[in-house]
Every structure is written in C-alpha cells, then in structure tokens.
Design a protein around this ligand. Structure first.
Ligand code: SAM
Length: 406
C-alpha cells in the first residue's frame, strides 16, 4: 500500500492510508495543544498547593490518554509541543492503526513519552478507574458520537482532571432524528437556528449525567462548534453535595414552531438560604402551549445544559498563551476573542435572517440591532457559532418590538 508522509506542527507521521487522518482537524489539534498547555500550568500549581509537602508534588508528572488515536499524530504532537507532559498513551482498537502509532513514535523520537496501546478504549479506561491509575487528561475523538465511551471516561480521569471530547454526529444532535439523539445522549434536540449551541449543551448534559452516577460533576472551560463537529473541554470533580445542583443546571427548551423563538424552563430551581439550599420542582408548565408572539404551538426539547459553557477566566489565559507557532494560530485567536465576548448566562441565540424572515421586515445590520438592544438597556453579544446571530438577555417581546419598528 502507498505510504503517505504528513507533517503537522512538530510531528511528521507516516500512514498506509487505511488509518484515519483528517487534515481539516489540524485546528482541533492545535486548539487542544493551546488548551492543554494552559490547563497544565494551573493544574500543577493547584496540586502543589492542595498536596503541599507530599512526595512527587514538586515536579508532578502529567499523564494523557488519547483513547482513540488512529495514526498517533495527536499524541506525538502533545508530547513534542506541550511543556510538562510526562507520559502519553496512544490507544486504538485497530491493529493497523497501532502499527502506524508504533512506527510514528519511533520516527519522531518520542519513545520516552508516548506509548502505543491496542485495546478497546472503554476497557482500557475501566482498567484505570481507581485513584492511583487515573489519567490527568483524557482526549476522546471518535467517529460520530462519543456517548458509548462516557461511562468509562468520567471514571478514569483524576480529580480536577481535564476531558477533551469531540462529537461529529451533528445531524443527530441538531434534530434530524430526535429519537436517535435521545437514545444516544438522553435529550430531545429541536430543529432550531441555534442548533449548534443546542448540540454543545446536549453533549454537556450527557457528560454531567454520566459523571453524576459516580458522584462527580463537570465544570466546562471551553465549548466550541467548528467546521463539522463540536468539541468541549471540561474539568471533572467529585462531591455528592455538589451533584445535587446538577438538575439546577438543566433546562427544557420551548421552541415556537412559527417564529423560531425559544424560552427555557429550568428542571429544578434552587433557593439559597446561605448554606441551607432548598430545591424546588416547577409546579406546572411556566411556558404556555402557544407562543405569545405568533400564536403557533411550542415544541418541547431538552434537557439541555443551561449553565455557562465556558470559563471566561480560563479562555483569557488560553488566549494570552496561544503559541504563535501553531499554523491555525490566527483562527484560534479569532474564535477565542469572540468566545470571550459571548454572554455566558444567555443560552442560545437568534439569527438575523430568521428574525427578519419571520417578521417580514428588511434585515437590519448587525450593528443597528445591537445598538437598539443596548439602548433599550439589555446585554447583547455575538457568538462564535454563527456569524450573523446575536445573543441577548432582552425578553422575546422586546426583540420582536425592535424588529417590527425597523
Ligand atoms: N484522534 C485522531 C486524530 O486526531 O487524528 C483521530 C481518531 S479517528 C476519528 C477514530 C479512531 O477510533 C479510529 O482510528 C478507530 O480505529 C478508533 N476506534 C473506534 N472504536 C474504538 C474503540 N472502541 N476503542 C479504541 N479505538 C477505537
């Protein structure tokens, strides 16, 4: 078979062509390098502080598992381009892939750091679910849906460790087959203009639910939609008390079948009396059956993650430290700048074409609509997921009134 030589970042790999390699995913790999580099810096500091005095904390050795590695390219790049990585395991179920990984590791002189494994990803992670064997970082980059791997992944990551998870089954997550999405992710998606953000939020709720089974919960650092996939970067922590709040981070979506507007309803609300939290379940549908703007019926979807999907503090750190040597540096910088501006407490967004189409008005310029909402006293931002869309905390009625006056 023809052998292809591929150079990306500091790695050069060879593959026989039967093993998966997608050049478009260079952005995904570059971004992951930037995120892991920033994460490791803080994580090592935290370990030094929380385990002060314990042996091995001074020069803590970070271990990464790439559970679905194909050619080994990503693992080799992590070893060569991220300072402070002590060990990377590049695993694949395909023997041909593992042969490629082994050769590529030798040719790139990273045998001291990267080792190849030939195992089912879930089996390997179950073998590493006990405290002393867990990984600091796990990268899951499957074909399509990652959900079959989540039960083992959430157990095999260390306390405060990082998960990097891709999903490429966008048609399912965006509502083309709600029943399939439910069986894979445990949520009903809706065909809505902001479906890419909905997809991210369905994946986050799915990871959280898997983590909850082991009294663990997630904290999203960065969640992106790019090209044909979504990618989330989340930390995993333990705490049965904290898991009680998981239901307060989830909402059902009421989506109007006429005008594409949406309203969220939390599954459970929390009343805080300092340390004494009381949880309450809504007593009835708080959103009416029909949309108050256009009178069409609502579809109900979800549950989706309705808490923040990024940590602006972390995103800022990544942005300040993205290595300018990365080929997709400009794109990373551009996307992260938009992400930093996104309203973190406002799930989903409106697209300008749908808004004006629904109301039969001329499409306003983005600047004009933004100014009108700001002048009315509301917050507004772009989103990296769609160039001609806005996020706003203005009530639907206000958005509609502004559009009607256009
Ligand atoms: N991460 C790679 C990269 O950045 O180039 C691409 C991974 S590719 C999309 C998915 C890989 O998962 C394939 O090589 C496939 O053989 C492997 N795979 C599929 N099911 C698996 C399983 N259950 N356990 C381990 N590997 C698996």
């Amino acid at each position: 078979a023809d052998v292809k030589e591929i150079s990306e970042g500091l790695a050069t790999i060879w593959t026989k062509g039967a093993v998966f390699y997608n050049p478009v995913q260079e952005f995904n790999r570059d971004l992951s390098i930037a995120v892991i580099s920033s994460f490791i810096h803080d994580y090592k500091q935290e370990i030094k502080i929380t385990k002060k005095g314990e042996a091995g904390t001074e020069d803590y050795k970070v271990t990464i598992l790439e559970a679905l590695s194909a050619t080994g390219l990503r693992s080799i790049r992590y070893a060569k381009e991220i300072p402070g990585v002590a060990k990377v395991i590049a695993n694949d179920i395909s023997l041909t892939a593992v042969e490629d990984i082994k050769q590529n590791v030798i040719k790139n002189n990273v045998e001291q750091i990267v080792s190849a494994r030939h195992c089912d990803a879930s089996m390997l992670m179950y073998q590493h679910r006990h405290k002393n064997e867990q990984f600091d970082i796990i990268d899951l980059d499957p074909y399509g849906c990652p959900s079959q791997f989540l039960d083992s992944t959430v157990q095999a990551v260390k306390e405060g460790g990082l998960l990097l998870i891709t999903a490429t089954d966008m048609a399912i997550l965006c509502g083309n087959s709600p029943e399939t999405c439910y069986s894979k992710y445990g949520a009903i998606p809706i065909k809505i203009k902001s479906c890419h953000e909905m997809a991210v939020r369905i994946l986050l709720q799915c990871i959280e639910l898997h983590a909850n089974r082991y009294s663990r919960y997630i904290v999203p650092l960065l969640s992106l939609s790019a090209d044909f996939y979504i990618r989330v970067f989340v930390r995993v922590f333990s705490g049965a008390q904290k898991c009680k709040f998981s239901a307060t981070k989830l909402s059902h979506i009421y989506h109007c079948t006429g005008c594409d507007s949406f309203t969220l309803q939390l599954l459970v609300t929390v009343k805080s009396d300092k340390s004494n939290h009381k949880f309450s379940i809504p007593t009835g549908p708080l959103v009416s059956k029909h949309c108050e703007q256009c009178k069409h019926p609502h579809h109900i979807g979800g549950p989706i993650w309705s808490a923040p999907i990024h940590s602006p503090e972390f995103v800022k750190k990544v942005l300040d430290n993205v290595p300018s040597s990365l080929k997709t540096y400009k794109r990373i910088e551009g996307i992260l700048n938009v992400v930093l501006e996104e309203l973190v407490d406002v799930p989903l967004y409106y697209t300008l074409d749908k808004l004006s189409g629904t109301l039969h008005v001329e499409m306003p310029s983005m600047m004009a609509l933004r100014s009108a909402l700001l002048n009315a006293g509301y917050h507004v931002s772009f989103t990296h997921m769609n160039k001609t869309s806005i996020k706003t905390d203005a009530p639907k009625k206000v958005v509609w009134d502004i559009m009607r006056c256009w």
